[in-house]
Design a protein around this ligand. Structure first.
Ligand SMILES: [Zn+2]
Length: 99
């Protein structure tokens, strides 16, 4: 299963694209929440491997558990969900009491 040269490339966003849409952002700017719905959270989560870049991540929650979601990182296409970005988004939402 080679994806070199084909398949979708990861979609990455710069902080400048992200900050204006933030409803919540942690002090270290690692998780930016941009939207909240009934049982859903959407936002951007900072990449660990690409300095200053963010993945677009959405999750559906069922009693604080991840019931589904999307992320623009490679991990989802390789291994399925949830990826670490979904987990971080969930943790932030739970921590600030909006999930
Ligand atoms: Zn991800």
């Amino acid at each position: 299963m080679s994806r070199r040269g084909k398949g979708p490339r990861p979609l990455l966003y710069d902080y400048d694209e992200v900050k204006g849409r933030a409803l919540f952002m942690d002090n270290r700017r690692k998780v930016v929440i941009t939207g909240l719905g009934k049982g859903s959270v959407e936002g951007f989560v900072k990449s660990e491997s690409r300095k200053g870049k963010y993945h677009r991540t959405t999750i559906r929650l069922d009693r604080n558990r991840i019931a589904g979601g999307t992320c623009t990182c490679e991990s989802v296409s390789f291994y399925g969900e949830p990826c670490k970005h979904m987990l971080k988004l969930r943790n932030s939402a739970v921590w600030i009491g909006i999930a």
